[in-house]
Design a protein around this ligand. Structure first.
Ligand code: PLP
Length: 393
């Protein structure tokens, strides 16, 4: 007979979702109120202010889309791209490919700037693409490529867009809260994120922010946005600044309690302290993995602290290791994605899951599992190396 679902208690160290803190889960369970209740409208205002803090922006149009990161991505494209436009799209992993699909589905032309998976986006190639396509009016790139674990230089790329009189769309799904995201300092125009990574909130919400230049382009559109649900002009009627809020869709009320709590926790910790925590845990994890004899897949300069790609040692059965980690240790790590499937693991240290305890737990579990598989691992070395990092920090 079908009965209530009680999930196992896992430690989530994959590419997301990450562990949600008990405080956030507690907020989720509070009584549902109406989505136009004055108390809820007050909460919406606080969420907007907290998102401005997290994105480091004064953009008025800053709010959570009631759907996952992919919807935030789509909201940016459908509102800013019109049929016939030319858009420069950078691809150095899976998610740049999705940007291309968005551009083409909007009836525009995507000029692709390709970099190897695991490398950052090359600003020189982007400059060359602008020179060859002066009609391009938009640049789109992923700040933190979750499929590879590489970070790109968002400040340099946004500056190139501005210098070429183009707007920028920046994917910060994996970066927000884990590494610096400076929307105003970068001069970024449309930025979207997700709640299930370094914000450690439940999946299914996508924070977005639009600069005044982006809002102007949206307002000047000659044809309506093809998506009714993601049309920012309509969404503004519900989330906008006026006290008269019009019904657009029924907001996911309890999910927004959770987002409010997660953002409050980020504010309490402080952005810089959160970035420093992610960095410290990454250094300890990578030192441990390397001491064990594993090789990191991304060059040290571009590594994302929250998403550690590591090469699977030859002869080791990828799925068997991940299966054993889940079965024996309740520990989830991620498989490689796209081009990197079967050759790398992705170990997340995101938000609430980015802790010393999880680093040590993961190193221990991986070492034992690899040894069971007959892989040559230096026993005890990983723990020693990770602890040395913490001792020196
Ligand atoms: C960089 C990046 N962009 C977009 C997405 C899509 O987000 P979601 O799965 O919440 O739709 C993800 C999800 O992992 C991502 O990592």
């Amino acid at each position: 007979m079908t009965s209530s679902f009680y999930p196992p208690r896992r430690t989530l160290m994959g590419p997301g979702p990450s562990d949600v803190s008990p405080r956030v889960l507690g907020a989720l369970g509070r009584p549902t109120i109406g989505h136009l209740d004055p108390q809820f409208v007050h909460l919406m205002d606080e969420i907007k202010a907290l998102l401005q803090f997290a994105f480091r922006t004064e953009n008025t149009l800053t709010l959570p889309i009631s759907a996952p990161g992919s919807a935030g991505m789509e909201a940016c494209f459908v509102n800013l791209v019109s049929p016939g436009d030319t858009v420069i799209v950078c691809q150095n992993g899976v998610f740049g490919g999705r940007m291309r699909e968005n551009v083409e589905r909007c009836g525009a032309t995507a000029i692709m700037v390709q970099d190897a998976w695991g490398d950052p986006v090359c600003p020189d190639k982007v400059a060359a693409a602008f020179a060859a396509n002066p009609e391009a009016n938009l640049l789109a790139f992923v700040h933190a490529e979750t499929s590879t674990g590489a970070a790109s230089d968002a400040a340099a790329l946004c500056a190139l867009a501005t210098a070429n009189d183009a707007l920028s769309i920046v994917d910060t799904v994996t970066s927000l809260g884990g590494i610096p995201v400076n929307v105003d300092e970068w001069g970024a125009d449309a930025v979207y994120s997700g709640t299930q990574k370094c914000l450690s909130c439940i999946p299914g919400i996508s924070p977005v922010t639009f600069s005044p230049r982006a809002v102007e382009r949206i307002q000047k559109r000659s044809r309506p946005v093809q998506s009714w649900f993601l049309d920012m002009q309509l969404i503004m009627g519900y989330w906008g600044g006026s006290s008269k809020r019009a019904y657009h869709h029924t907001a996911p009320v309890n999910n927004l309690y959770a987002l409010h709590e997660a953002l409050l926790m980020l504010q309490e910790e402080g952005l810089e302290d959160s970035w420093a925590r992610h960095h410290r845990n990454h250094l300890a994890l990578s030192a441990g993995l390397e001491a064990m004899g594993l090789a990191m897949a991304v060059a040290a300069d571009y590594r994302l602290p929250q998403l550690n790609s590591v090469r699977i040692p030859p002869g080791v059965d990828d799925a068997a290791v991940r299966g054993a980690l889940l079965a024996d240790f309740d520990l989830e790590i991620g498989a490689g994605l796209g081009e990197l499937a079967g050759t790398t693991w992705r170990i997340g240290l995101m938000g609430h899951a980015s802790s010393e305890c999880n680093v040590l737990r993961c190193l221990n579990a991986l070492e034992a599992t690899l040894a069971d598989q007959g892989a040559e691992v230096g026993r005890g070395l990983a723990m020693q190396a990770a602890r040395a990092v913490y001792a020196g920090a």
